[in-house]
Design a protein around this ligand. Structure first.
Ligand code: GTP
Ligand code: MG
Length: 138
């Protein structure tokens, strides 16, 4: 059993899509074992996406992540990291497969509705950024 970290981004919460995305998560067999709605500070958003600091879209990325509330989650299941990235689909919604979150809901590469961790190492780091152990109930 594996855990991954998820963010439902501001473009999703703004359009009242929390439940719709959660339905796809649960239909894929992933369990939501922690969840809360928060507003990121600029510093938190910059820390979270620090690996992209040198990219030309970094400023735009940070702005989009603080534009409204987000929902942070811990998802648990067999092969959860890979499975959730499959549920999300390609980063660019125009390249995302039918039935994926980003195909159905994303507005653009920047406003692509959700984030999922890309490795076990990053999942552990990202989960620890937002949740203490007793907030995660498997
Ligand atoms: P995350 O799950 O959000 O990490 O997406 P990803 O792993 O599929 O993509 P990546 O880590 O490469 O990029 C992180 C985020 O930066 C993406 O989800 C996009 O929102 C944003 N991003 C990536 N490329 C671009 C781009 O070319 N333009 C803009 N505006 N945003 C981008
Ligand atoms: Mg990524």
């Amino acid at each position: 059993i594996e855990r991954t970290f998820s963010i439902l981004k501001p473009d999703a919460t703004r359009r009242n899509l929390t439940g719709a995305v959660n339905a796809l998560i649960e239909a894929a067999g992933l369990r939501i074992v922690a969840q809360k709605r928060v507003l990121l500070s600029r510093a938190q958003a910059e820390t979270f996406y620090a690996v992209h600091k040198a990219r030309p879209f970094f400023g735009e990325l940070v702005e989009s992540m603080i534009a409204g509330p987000i929902v942070v989650q811990v998802l648990e299941g067999e092969d959860a990291i890979k499975k959730y990235r499959e549920v999300l689909g390609a980063t660019d919604p125009s390249k995302a497969a039918e039935g994926t979150v980003r195909k159905q809901f994303a507005l653009s590469v920047g406003e692509n509705s959700a984030h999922g961790s890309d490795s076990p190492e990053n999942a552990a780091i990202e989960i620890a950024q937002f949740f203490s152990g007793n907030e995660i109930v498997g």
